[in-house]
Design a protein around this ligand. Structure first.
Ligand SMILES: Nc1ncnc2c1ncn2[C@@H]1O[C@H](COP(=O)(O)OP(=O)(O)OP(=O)(O)O)[C@@H](O)[C@H]1O
Ligand SMILES: Cc1ncsc1CCO
Ligand SMILES: [Mg+2]
Length: 289
């Protein structure tokens, strides 16, 4: 069932006593993922989502299945107040237009002022100048985390990212160093996703070696992941660990759901079920580790 190289499998050793060393890339331990998942379930964070029109439903359902509390509050008149109430905010520029950008700018600014962690998903940045400029403007409000595919992260870091619309044309491996640079430049935790996900603060990098290519054949797994990253950032004491745990939970559940399904149509309900059923203490039994 696991689709990624066993050589990249994480160790089962204790979590918080073994952070990745500076300059190294270490598979994230399942014990760390479990403790972060237990924290999320205990707090059910209110997650304020300003996301694109394609993925509203899957994003809310993923958050609910996992145990977080989504709210798609998008009006310019409401986002400032709500970003102060929420545990975390997601800003996803997938279907950007001027009114939506105005609301996103307000939400990001309000989150920064309120100390609410917010996450940027730079959908198709590098492909189109308007959204690339918008994402750069938003980054001035100090996102807690940035989650994107390889082409998007390369572009945000100032490299030629390529990108075929919203899809990546580069591998996450090829974007890992760009992610580390982007993290150092912005102070955000940067997650670049693909066959292996890399999550970095610019000095230390966790690898998430699970998932399945079928996840790229269903719209919104990446967008929903960014919302899950936001939910894990709510109340987190270690954002690097929180973001890595979010990526690991989604990739593991994607891998489990692939084994239960026959293609994109049956993947989505199996994925929601896997997110609902996954238990911190059973993580080690769900994937080869
Ligand atoms: N080749 C692959 N093998 C295994 N897992 C993958 C692969 N590609 C992506 N994934 C997983 O799919 C999820 C979404 O990552 P992806 O990089 O496709 O995001 P994205 O391009 O932003 O998606 P979208 O914009 O369609 O929401 C992540 O959990 C990632 O680990
Ligand atoms: C398909 C698509 N188009 C704009 S946003 C989006 C969702 C995947 O990023
Ligand atoms: Mg995306």
């Amino acid at each position: 069932m696991p689709s990624k190289s066993p050589s990249k499998s994480p160790r089962k050793s204790s979590a918080r006593t073994t952070p990745p060393s500076a300059g190294t890339v270490t598979p994230v331990p399942l014990s760390l993922v479990g403790s972060e998942l237990a924290r999320l379930r205990a707090t059910a964070p209110l997650t304020h989502c300003l996301t694109n029109e394609v993925v509203q439903g899957i994003t809310a359902n993923v958050l609910l299945a996992l145990g977080a509390s989504p709210a798609m509050i998008v009006a310019e008149e409401e986002v400032t107040a709500f970003a102060g109430i929420a545990g975390a905010v997601l800003v996803n520029v997938g279907t950007l237009y001027p009114e939506r950008f105005a609301a996103m700018r307000r939400a990001a600014q309000a989150a920064q002022q309120a100390g609410t962690p917010w996450v940027l998903d730079p959908v198709a940045v590098g492909v189109l100048d308007y959204r690339t400029g918008a994402a750069r403007e938003l980054m001035a409000f100090a996102p807690a985390a940035i989650r994107g595919n390889a082409s998007e992260i390369l572009a945000l870091a100032g490299f030629t990212g390529g990108g075929k619309g919203v899809d990546s044309t580069a591998s996450a491996d090829a974007a890992r160093e760009a992610a580390e640079q982007l993290a150092r430049d912005t102070g955000a935790i940067v997650a670049v996703t693909g066959e292996t996900d890399y999550i970095t603060d610019g000095e230390r990098t966790w690898a998430v070696p699970w998932g399945n290519p079928l996840m790229t054949r269903v719209v919104g797994t990446g967008c929903a992941l960014s919302a899950v990253v936001a939910a894990f950032c709510a109340g987190a004491t270690n954002r690097l660990d929180a973001v890595a745990a979010a990526c690991a939970v989604m990739a593991i559940c994607g891998e489990v759901a692939t084994g239960e399904s026959h293609g994109p149509g049956s993947f989505t309900p199996a994925f929601l079920d896997a997110l609902y059923l996954i238990q911190p203490e059973q993580l080690a039994g769900t994937v080869n580790a």
